[in-house]
Design a protein around this ligand. Structure first.
Ligand SMILES: C=CC1=C(C)c2cc3[nH]c(cc4nc(cc5[nH]c(cc1n2)c(C)c5CCC(=O)O)C(CCC(=O)O)=C4C)c(C)c3C=C
Ligand SMILES: [Fe+2]
Ligand SMILES: [Fe+2]
Length: 323
């Protein structure tokens, strides 16, 4: 069954069918969704009007909605097609953390379908108490809310999976090759990911370490020397406490001060196009780079790259209960 099949037309699952629950951040499907979407992300705290206006405008500039739900559905369908070769009865489900289809509602659908065993994976390769752990808590909340039991196996992280690393290294190489041959030696690669409050990492969160591990593997596989690449965070939230840095805009300024004029930007923590790439890099960071006299190239996001889809399929296959 594909991820797009409607709940109304879905038959009960055959006995022994294993549910595969793909979870993603969620995104507004129109500008009207913005206040509700932000209220959920901000856990009900009122979003100041200026912040709401700014973020709404960012979405307007990338087409008035988040492309994340569509890319998520495409990733899920492609992964399930690969998993068909296992010859096992599997059924795909999608649950979003901050927008519909909400994880809790999807868990209810799984219970209604008679699913008893399931694998849950987040479309984010690095584990954090602020991301993956929160998705997993929502599954537990759904089971409590609907008074059911499903034996879930959780995928916590897959940040060193070879297919994922190769797909990113391919992007680094493609970005460098987009410059004329004689200029490629001067290209600097910036690998980045969503920032997190410093406090969370000080409390022992593995997110930053896992990101650095991913980045080192990607740089090594792309054959970059230590001078040819650097690390940056991006998309820090608008809260007063310190977030992990350097932020992409200040990092670009530092690199420009060192004489860098050609940049390849590869966000490694995001697996599909959404506002943190399409606005934060393609518009905001691009503007900073241009003002600094830099050329910034951002290769395509992973989306349905076969290497990445193969990674998802293999990670899920390894977490399936014994047949
Ligand atoms: C590991 C941590 C986080 C990841 C990964 C992440 C991905 C991610 N975020 C957005 C969009 C928004 N995030 C916002 C706030 C926000 N994000 C995180 C953490 C991660 N996000 C935190 C801790 C916060 C702060 C929440 C709070 O209590 O205020 C926001 C709100 C506006 C803002 O503060 O900038 C948006 C929008 C996407 C699309 C995404 C990856 C798919
Ligand atoms: Fe976020
Ligand atoms: Fe964010």
């Amino acid at each position: 069954m594909t991820s797009t099949e409607s709940k109304d037309t879905r038959a009960p699952a055959a006995p022994g069918t294993v549910g595969v629950l793909f979870m993603a951040y969620g995104g507004p499907e129109s500008l009207d969704d913005m206040p509700g979407y932000l209220a959920d992300i901000r856990a009900g705290r009122v979003t100041p009007q200026a912040v709401l206006d700014e973020i709404t405008n960012n979405y307007r500039l990338i087409g008035g909605k988040s492309p994340l739900p569509e890319f998520t559905r495409a990733q899920v369908d492609a992964t399930m097609r690969q998993l068909e070769s296992l010859g096992r009865p599997l059924r795909a489900y999608i649950g979003m953390r901050h927008w519909s289809p909400w994880i809790e509602d999807t868990v209810r659908d799984m219970l209604d379908d008679g699913i008893e065993q399931a694998v849950a994976i987040v479309l984010a390769p690095q584990y954090s108490s602020m991301s993956v752990a929160k998705y997993q808590k929502k599954i537990k909340a759904g089971l409590e809310m609907y008074h059911g039991h499903i034996d879930f196996t959780f995928v916590d992280a897959y940040h060193t999976e070879p297919g994922y690393i190769t797909a990113l290294a391919d992007r680094v190489r493609a970005g460098i090759q987009s410059f004329p041959e004689g200029e490629r030696e001067d290209v600097h690669v910036i690998l980045s990911a969503h920032s997190l409050p410093v406090r969370i990492v000080r409390e022992g969160d593995p997110y930053a370490d896992q990101l650095h591990e991913t980045a080192r593997l990607v740089a090594a596989q792309a054959g970059l020397s230590d001078e040819q690449w650097s690390w940056s965070y991006q998309s820090a939230g608008r809260s007063p406490e310190p977030w992990l840095g350097p932020q992409l805009d200040e990092h670009l300024r530092d690199q420009a001060a060192k004489g860098v004029r050609k940049v390849v930007s590869v966000p490694v923590g995001f697996v599909s196009d959404h506002v943190e790439i399409l606005f934060d890099i393609d518009i905001a960071a691009q503007e900073v780079a241009q003002a600094l006299g830099m050329t910034l190239v951002r290769p395509p996001a992973l989306n349905t790259d076969p290497l990445f889809i193969g990674t998802l399929a293999s990670v899920i296959a390894r977490h399936l209960p014994e047949a």
